[in-house]
Design a protein around this ligand. Structure first.
Ligand code: TXA
Ligand code: MG
Length: 535
């Protein structure tokens, strides 16, 4: 079969092929989909054949108007209306009781049907031109990474389908979130473009199927047949390393000395530290970007080849959960936790209550390294460092070689340049001291460092824990604690990063607002750290 390559001027032709029972790959905002008439069993069977997809793995029916939903399902529950209002058109798929009109071929033999209203204008135009809902799984051979660009589909499915419509790169890059509304509590079966946190804001309680992070337990029944199958795998072994960025590059560089063909699937920040070929999948703290780039990076691994790839583990908050879900499947659930303590960086704006959280964690057996206290120790700065300080800020900061911290602070903090210079001189010995402190430690170590990012200390952290509290609450706490005026505190706040800077970098966020139970939140974090969740 010759596969026609379509542009946006060919929408009507695409619609015609679909009406006649053919297959057309179409762009959506998540990934490319392989579309057929969802109500035509013969057309749908062709999808399974072209993809080599097991017949019991159901397809998503795509619509171009909310009103179409009612025709595909027994009834539209209130929760579905709320979700549609909040997230449609968009990367959310809802599972509901199917109407008789939907053939069992489409639903893999189930009495439920998955429905999505995609946001991509070309996808909407094709569905409209076809005049019928379109069944569309990701447009890739079963088991392979999903396609996020036109060329991915052309490489994989040319000769097997009628046409491929070029819509450029997919902006989200990972498939839609699949939520089942058929049980008592809404349940996420596959995390995706809409985060669990966002779903909870609309629905309140939302469960996450345990198979999302861990795969199916032996002998367990899959809530979604897609959970059973090998997925997204590149052609070579891929293993996730549970490690800090520094541990990751150290381990991978060492492995490369022992065997040829080692490559890294890593975050951008790690690239300068690697001595091996790498595939980058975004910034460490940008899970949207990771989502957008992951499948492309997996395709690239296939194109360029490697004997074995080690992947850096993403944080699992927000969109990160979807990234992790795809990566752990691509790795066939192969994950290695490097030896050494799990170092957790503690961050948050002043007054959020970092010390309170640290104290609670300490009670649960976590070792706390208080970096502020550590920098006040007399042995932290050696004579070389003190000489550098004198050269930068004048001999008065260390008369007779003995550091006068008050004088140093007065001089260094008088200008932003002074502060920068101070940090440049003092961060290396502080880091040395922290490393000493970590030596021989096991279990969970909390790094309470007010300048975690500025000092580059996040590169030795495997996880980040943020503490957050509303600004008025933080203001009240500081006024009570320090002898500062309200104006001074507010000025201090303005000089700091905004709260989102911290929360978007965190694996967990502890909310320390009135009425919130800190102890319970800390316990959850510690339990997850110890059990391997978000670990
Ligand atoms: O973003 C997306 O959802 C993309 C684009 C093309 O829309 N489509 C997509 O389809 O990812 P697919 O077939 O690759 O994944 C559909 C997932 C599978 O894991 C399948 O098992 C699950 O949804 N699913 C579909 N219908 C279901 C049902 N009735 N019950 C449980 N799971 C279902
Ligand atoms: Mg798929």
């Amino acid at each position: 079969m010759t596969t026609q390559l379509f542009g946006k001027e060919d929408i009507q032709q695409a619609g015609e092929i679909l009406r006649k029972g053919g297959l057309v790959a179409i762009p959506t905002e998540t990934v490319y989909g392989l579309a057929a008439n969802a109500l035509d069993p013969q057309a749908v069977k062709k999808i399974f054949a072209a993809k080599g997809r097991p017949a019991d793995n159901p397809l998503i029916a795509h619509i171009h108007d909310f009103a179409q939903l009612a025709g595909l399902v027994k009834q539209v529950p209130e929760a579905a209306k709320q979700l549609a209002k909040a997230f449609w058109p968009g990367p959310l798929t809802m599972i509901l009781e199917k109407a008789d009109i939907v053939p069992l071929e489409t639903t893999g033999g189930q009495e439920t049907v998955a429905v999505r209203f995609p946001a991509h204008p070309l996808a909407q135009a094709v569905i409209q031109a076809a005049g019928t809902p379109l069944a569309a799984p990701s447009a890739n051979s079963s088991g392979k990474p999903s396609p996020t660009s036109f060329s991915h589909v052309v490489e994989d499915l040319s000769g097997k389908i009628d046409a491929i419509l070029d819509g450029g790169d997919c902006p989200v890059g990972l498939e839609s979130t699949v939520i089942s509304l058929t049980g008592k509590t809404p349940r996420v079966l596959r995390p995706g473009g809409i985060t669990v946190e966002a779903l909870r804001q609309v629905l309140g309680q939302v469960d996450v199927d345990p198979a999302v992070e861990k795969g199916l337990a032996l002998g367990a029944k899959a809530s979604s047949p897609g959970m059973k199958y090998r997925h997204y795998a590149p052609g070579c072994p891929l293993e996730i390393l549970d490690a800090s960025p520094e541990e990751f590059s150290g381990y991978v560089n060492q492995k490369a000395k022992e065997m040829p063909g080692i490559a890294a699937l890593c975050f951008r920040e790690t690239i300068p530290h690697l001595q091996v070929p790498f595939f980058c999948y975004g910034g460490r703290y940008d899970s949207q970007e990771q989502a957008k780039l992951l499948f492309s990076a997996l395709h690239q691994i296939d194109r360029l080849g490697a004997a074995r790839v080690y992947a850096q583990q993403p944080a699992r908050a927000g969109m990160g959960l979807a990234v992790y879900n795809r990566l752990i499947r691509a790795a066939g659930f192969q994950k290695v936790c490097l030896p050494g303590p799990t170092v957790v960086g503690l961050i948050g704006p002043s007054g959020a209550g970092k010390s309170t959280v640290a104290a609670e964690l300490a009670k649960l057996g976590c070792h706390v390294v208080d970096c502020d206290q550590l920098t006040r120790r007399s042995d932290v700065y050696d004579s070389g460092c003190i000489a550098q300080l004198c050269q930068a800020f004048g001999d008065s900061v260390a008369p007779n070689g003995i550091l006068n911290r008050r004088e140093l602070a007065a001089r260094a903090f008088s200008s932003p340049e002074g502060k920068q210079l101070l940090e440049k001189i003092t961060f290396p010995p502080i880091l040395r001291q922290i490393r000493q402190e970590l030596e021989g430690k096991t279990g969970v170590v909390l790094l309470d460092a007010p300048t975690l990012f500025e000092a580059g200390l996040d590169s030795i952290c495997r996880r980040i824990l943020a503490v957050s509290a509303p600004e008025p609450e933080r203001l009240a706490r500081i006024l009570k604690r320090d002898s500062l005026s309200q104006a001074q505190v507010l000025q201090r706040f303005r000089a700091q990063y905004p709260e989102e800077f911290y929360t978007c970098r965190a694996d967990w966020i502890i909310t320390n607002a009135p009425g919130q139970n800190i102890t319970a939140q800390v316990k959850t974090v510690m339990a997850e750290l110890q059990a391997g969740g978000r670990v």
